[in-house]
Ligand binder design. Sequence first.
Ligand code: SF4
Length: 148
Amino acid sequence: MGALREKFWERPLRDLSPAEWEALCDGCGRCCLHKIEDADTGDIEDTNVACKLLDTETARCTNYANRKAFVPDCLRLTLKIVEEVQWLPESCAYRRRAEGRPLPEWHYLLSGDREAVHHAGAGVAGRVINEVDAGPLEHHIVDWGDAQ
Ligand code: SF4
């Protein structure tokens, strides 16, 4: 990882270096879960079904560097995507900064604790099921709430 500037997370997203962009992720795991989009209304429902590469106990990708080879449609978040999509959680560090909000105190960049995201209720570690075992997505619709 390249050098990270002091308090880089307070800078506008467009000013972040690739390394700083990567480091901004709080590791909640929410974007690695399947969603169901209503074909008529465009409404999106959350599920507790995780991508096959997500470690369901830690909410970390088990093959982040090579994930595209195994999950070709894995979305690589860009500034444009962050500004356009509706489904990033309220707590997502990218969404917060795109909306001009500060990081929450539990974010590891402030707390120094990578597990704090899960203790705060914003992360999905231990609360999801792997897509390989899940069966129909419609059986797994959940409301994750809006941890701040
Ligand atoms: S929802 Fe945002 S903060 Fe959470 S894992 Fe995805 S990119 Fe990172």
